[in-house]
Design a protein around this ligand. Sequence first.
Ligand SMILES: NC(=O)c1ccc[n+]([C@@H]2O[C@H](COP(=O)([O-])OP(=O)(O)OC[C@H]3O[C@@H](n4cnc5c(N)ncnc54)[C@H](O)[C@@H]3O)[C@@H](O)[C@H]2O)c1
Length: 348
Amino acid sequence: MAQPNFLNVGVIGTGWVGGIRANSCAHSALVDELHIAEIDAGRQRQIIAETDPASITDNWQTLIDNNSIDLIIIAMTPETARFPIVMAALNAGKHVFVEKPLAPSISEAEDAYALATAKKLKISIGYSRRFDPRYVYVKKALMDGAIGEPVTCLISRHSTRELGEKITGRSKMSPTSIGGVHDLDFLLWCLQPRKPIRVYSQQAGKLFSRKSDTPDHQWVMVTMDDGTTITAGVGWILPVGYPNYVQAWIEVVGTEGALTIDDTHKEVQFNNVKDGIRYPMSSMPGEPVDHVFAGSMQDETVHFLEAVAYDRPAMVTPEEAILVMKVYNAADLSAERGEPVFLPRNGS
Ligand SMILES: NC(=O)c1ccc[n+]([C@@H]2O[C@H](COP(=O)([O-])OP(=O)(O)OC[C@H]3O[C@@H](n4cnc5c(N)ncnc54)[C@H](O)[C@@H]3O)[C@@H](O)[C@H]2O)c1
């Protein structure tokens, strides 16, 4: 087996998700030095205690200018401020892993992929569902023909309102483009080589809309070119259950069988006098629990480290990432117009 190139990694933004990425890097034998950029002084102290980084700064440019850093993970918010960092990292010759969305527009995403290709750099996007064993089982069952021809696939996902308020407070993105995007990516990946041809979406808003124009929930129906249907819904107003609680329900029905996945995270219940029942270890990405992680984000992070260290392909191809963007853009347009949107649009 080829010897890996040991890596110096920079993580920009170490809140909830960037914190999991930084901890994953700190646990990995492939990582030589970990460097962090984080603007919040309190969070800096916590992440130093958790990961013992080689350096920490409040200025992301310092990591870009550090020639010893091979790979940058970008997990800072708001999402709208992230694209210049992606391009700066690529221009500086660093491999890039970025949380979704990769870019504000499809043309900017294409620019990032073109730059990465020209510089022979890897770039990937955080679609963590692809590393959850239960989800991968669905893909394998479909690929193996275990349930025959797929007929219809549903994912319904809800997070608590504390998470919804956090997300909607920092950017004006639709529920589908910031949350449902995971499920669209996953189902489009599962159903390859089928292509989406028709997208219909509706939004509902009765709670967050009292304060802003943010909807509470969005359903998207996608018809694939062989007639398979996808229904993916995401909402963010559940009552508080546990910090970062997210629940999902999945049904995949085919001509010869069906798969149902209960991804509601109810298997671990914690009950105390102060708060009543809570569901710990219930977040979608999976926080560290001592020496292990409670979800798939660590595996995803290690996959990208390995892709760079061993020069292997990274999960999520440019074509897949761009297709997901086209579908969620079509969904938002459909919700706005109240009518279906057909793909490809304008020949693209
Ligand atoms: N893959 C998944 O399952 C998944 C799940 C949830 C969120 N996400 C993605 O992760 C991203 C991060 O979400 P989060 O909940 O961790 O956000 P967060 O608010 O908890 O963390 C963001 C961090 O970035 C820091 N920051 C802000 N500006 C900075 C700057 N200029 N330089 C350095 N640090 C800066 C903040 O201080 C904060 O600590 C989101 O964009 C979201 O798309 C992915």
